[in-house]
Structures are given as C-alpha cells and as structure tokens.
Design a binder for this molecule. Structure first.
Ligand SMILES: *Cc1c(COP(=O)(O)O)cnc(C)c1O
Length: 378
C-alpha cells in the first residue's frame, strides 16, 4: 500500500493548521526541479550532483526526474544509495582519501572515476584497478579567497605536485583529468577562473592532454536573501576554459551540492520562549538542522510567522537567538533582527535549508528530530 503525504500550499498553511511542536522541514519539489534545470541548461558541460549536500531519497529522485544522471559520491553508502535509485548513473568517487576496502567496493559497483591528491592514494588505485580502464582526476589547490570556507585547507596537491601526479596517471595508461573545489558558497566567478588558468599551466607542465576538467562545486545559493547570477558564473567558467586551453580544451564537469539543493527547503523552528532580556529560544539550533550557521558565521534569512499563519510585521529589534540544548554554544551567529511583536509559539522560517542542514543534524541532548512536509512553494 502506498500512502501519499499531503502537499501543503505553503509552510504557513501547514504551520497554522498543524502547529507542530517539532522543527519542520518544508520541501518544495518544484523548486528543486527548477534549480536542476537551471544547472543542466546553463552549465557548459556535465552536471554531477554532490550527494553529501543532501542524500534524502526524495531529493535524489527529484534530481533524477529533472534529468541529472551523474553524481559525485564520497563513500560506499552514497554509492549504494545512487546505485539503488538510478542503477545506470555515472558515479565519480571524488573523495581524495579512500580506504582500500572502499576502493574495492567502488570498483565492484562499477565506479570508474576517482580523485586523488597524493602519490600514496594513487598507489592504492594502482594496486586495486587491475587491468581496468579508469579515469583519475588529480585534485589541486590554490590559495583562493572569496569562499565561505576554504576547502584547500584539507584537500588538494600543490600545482607542481599535481603535474607530477598527472604525468604518472597518464603513464599508467589511464584517462588523466584535473579537479578542484574553489570553496563552498563562492560568490564570485574569479575563483573558478584562477583555478582554470592554473589547470592549463599544470597540464602543460605535465605534458598531458586533459581528458576532462572538473570545476567542483562551490556555487552560491540564496541563504541570506541575496540571489546570485549562476548563469554569469557558468559563462565565465566556459570562457575561462576556452581562453586557457584554446579550441581543443577539455570537457567540463561540475559538481554542485549546496546551490543545487539549498533553495528547495525551508526550516521552521518554533519559539519556545521570549525571555524578559529579549533573548529568543527556539526548538532547533546548532546541534540540529542549523548546525552550519556558526561555521559560515551567519544566520540564514528568515521570516517570522504567527501561530495563525500570518507574517509578523511592524517595528523590529536585534535579538540573540538560542537553540534548545542546555549549553551556551547553542546560539545562532550575530543578533538578527526580529519583529518587536515576536512571541512564544511563533515560527521562524529559515530559507536555503536544503543543503548541509538535515543531513548533519545530531540528536544531542534529545533534540534534533525533524518532520518533513511537502509544499507547493516556499
Ligand atoms: C562537498 C563537495 C562538493 C559540493 O560542494 P558545494 O560547495 O556544496 O557545492 C563538490 N565536490 C566535492 C569533491 C565535494 O567534496
């Protein structure tokens, strides 16, 4: 038997009729489809989805329905998930560090594209691949500013070593590619452009013709009310490839996580208390779905909804926002502005909650369970 969950018109409609006491995630499949089509239509190359941003089957199925057929996976569990939902999908195992057991699992599941940033990791692939034809993308890094946090601090070979690795991959008879990640929520195209120029220099230094150039994720999502011109970033990436490599440049691949899924979900947290000192206590916080706010050092944009579903409007004030756990780290960054009339049982509806929210929520202190509702629009 199939049960069909109700579809609400808006989060407000659900909140006012159900008045949920638990934090609620609202999923708008129409928005997911719209964003996926934007990437598929606009990016000048292959679009792969970075599964770690949100591995909910409903989200992955929505992307498949919209036409996404390739995925950046980082673990055996993500490989198994995608194999189950779309057996024919192309899988890029782009975690630069994999155990030998994980590599064996991936090969058995038909994965043929891997990333490395060291000779030690490449040696594991040499030992495991047997006679298989694989593609190896060498991950490199540059000191780049402009992202919300810097992925280069963990992964990536420096350009000189990347050239050595690339040469070795080609000598093994494998398809040799380059990959990078400019850092998440990267708001300006310059970061990709600098990386693409460097990729051409690395390929020249190695004397290797690149099979593909994977420009990573990092595309910006609307988290703070401001929308970004993704098409302008796509155009800058295509133009940078053409300028750096000429007419015969490598095919491009991207692997958006955040920007693909952030906008398809909003999270409603309920006000448990407005204290006399003005502090607002919510039923979700930094150990729950709002865990990324302190890392990005900023609280997502939100609207305040009264229990009857109406928007709180009028005069505003800054407020300290706390989560539900009994420790003082559970505080949202800054002092966001709230309506003066905010009251117990109101809801804060945060935008851009589809990426890195529900997937990293913990059950610390007995909190953190989420209910998910489907809505026509957010
Ligand atoms: C996390 C990750 C991504 C997605 O990054 P976003 O900033 O969410 O777009 C893409 N590629 C790799 C290798 C990653 O680890």
């Amino acid at each position: 038997m199939t049960t069909i969950a109700p579809i609400w018109r808006t989060p407000e409609h659900c909140l006012s009729s159900e008045r949920p006491d638990a934090p609620s995630l609202f999923f708008a499949p129409s928005e997911l489809t719209r964003t996926a089509r934007r990437f598929l239509a606009g990016f000048p190359g292959l679009v792969t989805y970075a599964v770690k941003a949100n591995a909910e089957p409903a989200v992955v199925m929505g992307l498949i329905a919209a036409g996404v057929r390739a995925f950046d996976v980082a673990s055996p569990a993500e490989i198994a998930l995608i194999r189950r939902l779309e057996p024919a999908a192309a899988l890029h195992y782009h975690n630069p560090v994999k155990s030998r057991g994980e590599i064996a699992f991936a090969l058995a599941e038909g994965v043929r594209v891997f990333a490395v940033d060291s000779f030690a990791e490449l040696a594991k692939l040499e030992a495991a691949a047997g006679g298989r034809e694989i593609e190896v993308s060498v991950r490199f890094r540059l000191p780049v500013a402009g992202a919300a946090y810097d992925f280069g601090s963990k992964f990536g070979a420096d350009p000189a070593q990347a050239a050595d690795l690339l040469r070795r991959v080609a000598a093994l008879g494998w398809r040799a590619s380059l990959t990078f990640h400019p850092g998440t929520q990267c708001e300006r195209a310059e970061a990709w452009v600098a990386y693409i120029r460097e990729a051409a220099l690395i390929a020249t230094a190695a004397g290797v013709t690149l099979h593909r150039l994977n420009v990573g994720g990092g595309f910006p999502a609307t988290l703070y009310g401001e929308a970004f011109d993704l098409e302008a970033i796509f155009a800058a990436i295509g133009a940078a490839r053409d300028a750096a490599f000429g007419v015969d440049g490598p095919r491009l691949v991207c692997e958006p996580g955040r920007a693909m899924v952030a906008s398809c979900m909003a999270l409603a947290a309920k006000v448990k208390l407005v204290r006399e000192d003005g502090a607002v206590f919510l039923n979700d916080g930094v150990y729950g779905a709002l865990d990324e706010f302190p890392v990005l050092a900023r609280t997502h944009a939100f609207r305040v909804v009264a229990p009857d579903g109406r928007a709180r409007a009028g005069a505003t004030r800054p407020a300290v926002l706390f989560g539900p756990t009994c420790d003082s780290l559970d505080r949202l960054p800054g002092e966001p502005v709230v309506p003066v009339e905010i009251a117990e049982d109101d809801y804060l509806v945060f935008e851009g909650m589809g990426a890195y929210g529900s997937v990293t929520a913990t059950g610390f202190n007995g909190y953190g369970s989420l209910r998910t509702e489907t809505v026509a629009r957010l």
